[in-house]
Design a protein around this ligand. Structure first.
Ligand code: CMP
Length: 133
């Protein structure tokens, strides 16, 4: 089934010059970018996006990290786009993510983990509305 998912290429990836490599992994898999915007996130947008995490101990530091520079917000479309993007991203903690995944190849952190992908159809609808209105 064709789906849309929200991807964030996070500030660490943008700083490291990995936008092209990451985007090409999604594209070569067969997903298509239907919206994209390079922007610096505000605290307000992040509090909405990470609503399920705002009470967690790691959240203040995560929010600061997400505002350290521009990120690329993307909507990707394709067959089973939501689980496919999560598989390409790999486990949240880059130290535990499988080699061959984006985080497994390029991250050693569970905060600076390069990318975000929506975790369900409901999250995708909610997150696309937050970032793209
Ligand atoms: P993301 O897919 O954007 O969803 C929630 C984010 O919280 C996650 O990626 C990580 O960047 C971050 N995160 C999750 N767990 C931790 C943790 N224990 N410490 C710091 N950051 C975390």
């Amino acid at each position: 089934m064709t789906e849309r998912t929200l991807v964030l290429i996070k500030p660490d990836a943008v700083r490291r010059g990995l936008i092209g490599e990451i985007l090409s992994r999604y594209e070569r898999k067969g997903l298509t970018a239907v919206s994209a915007e390079l922007r610096t996130a505000t605290a307000e947008v992040l509090d909405q996006h990470y609503a399920e995490h705002v009470e967690k101990g790691f959240y203040p530091e995560l929010r600061e990290f997400m505002m350290t520079g521009p990120l690329l917000a993307l909507v990707l479309e394709g067959d089973s786009a939501i689980p496919v993007v999560r598989a390409l991203n790999g486990a949240t903690d880059g130290r535990k993510a499988e080699p061959g995944t984006i985080r497994g190849d390029w991250s050693l952190s569970n905060q600076a983990n390069l990318v975000h992908g929506s975790d369900s159809a409901e999250s995708a609808v909610r997150e696309i509305a937050i970032w793209f209105g």
